[in-house]
Design a binder for this molecule. Structure first.
Ligand code: ATP
Length: 267
């Protein structure tokens, strides 16, 4: 569902098992997000303040959104997404109030994870073109909200960016986005895992995951998902009859074969 303030709230079902590679990032998120949300009393006992915010940074399509959804799900927390540039554009003159509202809503739905996608679109550096009084007010509202969140068992704020250098430095001060987690391009091992995850429904077929990983140097998780999707379309295409209709044949499930993947990679 999409709320009036542009945020969406739901309880995701993704887990870390649906995400290939990114072991370091998963470990960081377990400690910085899951534990504070699920065992706040342990943090209280030791008088440790969990981070108010965690910043995920890395190239597009590497799994930042997926990680945020998964950690919310594993923490039994509600998940709300706010898109940075959308917040600034859709609510011209209203963005400040929208920021206040999404935090209020996250707090009343706690425990919750509030995910700011493309957060650099909000916290863009206040020098240069973005130096408008409006941007300034939205950033300072965001800082106020971050400083006020109930960290233990309440709200955890995640932000994602492809351009960490563009973030307003004030957002990175202690007590704000004070954990910065890298979400890198997948290495060969991770690419094999990602193929395995996206081909998990094709359990009847054996795929050479290592060979697929070998052929896809420089691919992101999102690129790999697209290859599998294309292979799926090729599998359906192979079922198209003379009239051009894709049909479902009784007792024979449509399957992605290794050849479909090779063909998808060749195009
Ligand atoms: P952007 O910066 O463009 O928002 P992102 O880093 O948030 O990208 P996601 O939206 O999480 O990337 O990934 C897009 C899709 O790519 C996912 O829905 C998933 O299908 C696939 N994907 C990306 N990374 C992985 C991964 N590590 N394991 C499995 N699937 C992945």
């Amino acid at each position: 569902p999409v709320g009036l303030d542009g945020s969406t709230v739901d309880v995701p079902t993704t887990t870390f098992d649906d995400i290939g590679g990114l072991e370091e990032a998963k470990r960081e998120l377990t400690r910085a997000v899951q534990w504070p949300l699920t065992a706040p009393e342990l943090f209280a006992e030791l008088d440790i303040e969990p981070p108010a915010g965690v910043l995920l940074y890395g190239p597009p399509g590497t799994g930042k959104t997926l990680l945020a959804r998964a950690v919310a799900s594993m923490s039994d927390a509600n998940f709300a997404v706010v898109n940075g540039p959308e917040l600034m554009n859709r609510y011209v003159g209203e963005s400040e109030r929208a920021v206040r509202r999404v935090f209020e809503r996250a707090q009343s739905n706690s425990p919750s994870v509030l995910f700011f996608d493309e957060i650099d679109g909000i916290g863009a550096t206040r020098t240069g073109d973005d130096n408008s009084p409006a941007t300034e007010r939205v950033v300072s509202q965001l800082l106020t909200e971050l400083d006020g969140v109930e960290r233990r068992g309440g709200v955890t704020v995640l932000g994602a960016t492809n351009r960490p250098g563009r973030l307003d430095k004030a957002l990175l001060r202690p007590g704000r986005f004070d954990r910065v987690v890298s979400v890198p391009m997948p290495n060969r091992q991770a690419r094999a895992e990602i193929f395995g995850i996206h081909l998990a429904d094709q359990a009847a077929t054996t795929f050479d995951l290592d060979a697929l990983a070998e052929r896809t140097t420089g691919y992101t998780g999102s690129d790999i998902a697209a290859v599998v999707r294309e292979a799926g379309l090729l599998a359906i295409e192979s079922r198209v009859d003379d009239e051009g209709a894709a049909t479902r044949v009784e007792d024979s499930r449509v399957r992605i074969e290794p050849g479909h993947l090779r063909q998808a990679l060749d195009t």
